[in-house]
Design a protein around this ligand. Structure first.
Ligand SMILES: NC(=O)c1ccc[n+]([C@@H]2O[C@H](COP(=O)([O-])OP(=O)(O)OC[C@H]3O[C@@H](n4cnc5c(N)ncnc54)[C@H](OP(=O)(O)O)[C@@H]3O)[C@@H](O)[C@H]2O)c1
Length: 255
């Protein structure tokens, strides 16, 4: 689906929430969704970065975005319910939700993993997608064609050594994705899938591989076909799948 060619109005009038929209893949996805007509809600913790994305969308002449500052590490269940109320009041529905924000934590053996850090990583990478999804299911079910997209990482499937809470949270989020897909398959128009973006050039990747060569990593701009496909109407009926992106192409992977 990476080679997916989207019509210019693919996401026209859709309301899409992107977490971690201020940087990396989330920033590129937010801008691309807006370029295809969506009103994008930019959720993240660093307001300066969100404002920059907001300005880039405005300068490009795309539909006006909205900024929703939220630190997923400290957000309470009520904060998510407040967000859902804002969505109901301002838009009446939600058409797309991209769970993109993540924190790496530390690459360290389990025996040495800092316990406080473990809790923090689980909070951002697993509990936050659960809390957010649960809170906004109302607005999502009021859409005629809603799509939830999680962001997967192969390190969780492999149980790769030293990836600690990050990999465990990603594994849990994959289970959550499949569970939601199956719970929502009948009687709702909400589909739920994951994208594993591969080795993408970003701050998170540089933190994980400080000695790596960013030139060898995928430019996030080149993987947006899959994101557009899953957010737009052409993926209607596709649910519970994981799309693994490789340079220039991608394949629906094992569920
Ligand atoms: N890059 C890769 O090779 C790769 C591979 C597989 C999967 N992924 C996944 O792709 C997604 C995007 O990652 P990326 O590579 O684009 O990394 P990134 O550039 O570090 O972006 C992560 C985003 O999450 C936000 N974030 C982190 N902690 C947050 C918190 N407590 N509250 C709110 N927002 C928070 C960051 O905000 P700030 O900028 O304000 O910190 C940033 O906008 C992640 O889910 C990651 O696991 C990436």
């Amino acid at each position: 689906m990476n080679s997916y060619t989207a019509p210019a109005d693919l996401l026209k009038d859709r309301i899409i929430l992107v977490t971690g929209a201020g940087d990396g893949i989330g920033r590129v996805a937010a801008r691309r969704f807006a370029a295809f007509g969506a009103t994008v809600i930019l959720l993240g913790r660093t307001i300066r970065k969100l404002e920059q994305v907001y300005d880039e969308i405005a300068q490009a002449g795309h539909p006006q975005a909205a900024i929703y500052p939220m630190n997923l590490e400290g957000a309470s269940p009520k904060d998510y319910i407040d967000l859902a109320h804002v969505l109901e009041t301002e838009f009446g529905r939600l058409d797309g939700l991209l769970h993109n924000a993540a924190t790496l934590g530390a690459l360290t053996p389990i025996v040495h993993y800092d316990i406080e850090l473990w809790y923090k990583v689980l909070q951002v990478n697993l509990n936050a997608p659960f809390l957010l999804t649960q809170a906004v299911l109302g607005p999502l079910t009021r859409s005629l064609d809603a799509s939830i997209v999680f962001t997967a990482d192969t390190v969780s499937e492999e149980g790769r050594a030293y990836w600690g809470a990050y990999a465990v949270a990603k594994g849990g989020a994959q289970t959550l994705m499949k569970m939601l897909a199956s719970e929502l398959e009948t009687n709702t128009s909400v589909r739920v899938n994951s994208i594993d973006p591969g080795n993408v050039r970003s701050g998170l990747r540089l933190k994980a591989y400080p000695a790596g060569n960013p030139e060898e990593w995928i430019d996030p701009e080149t993987i947006m076909g899959t994101y557009l496909y899953l957010m737009g109407p052409d993926s209607r009926g596709i649910t519970g799948q994981t799309f693994r992106v490789t340079a220039g192409a991608d394949l629906p992977g094992k569920p």
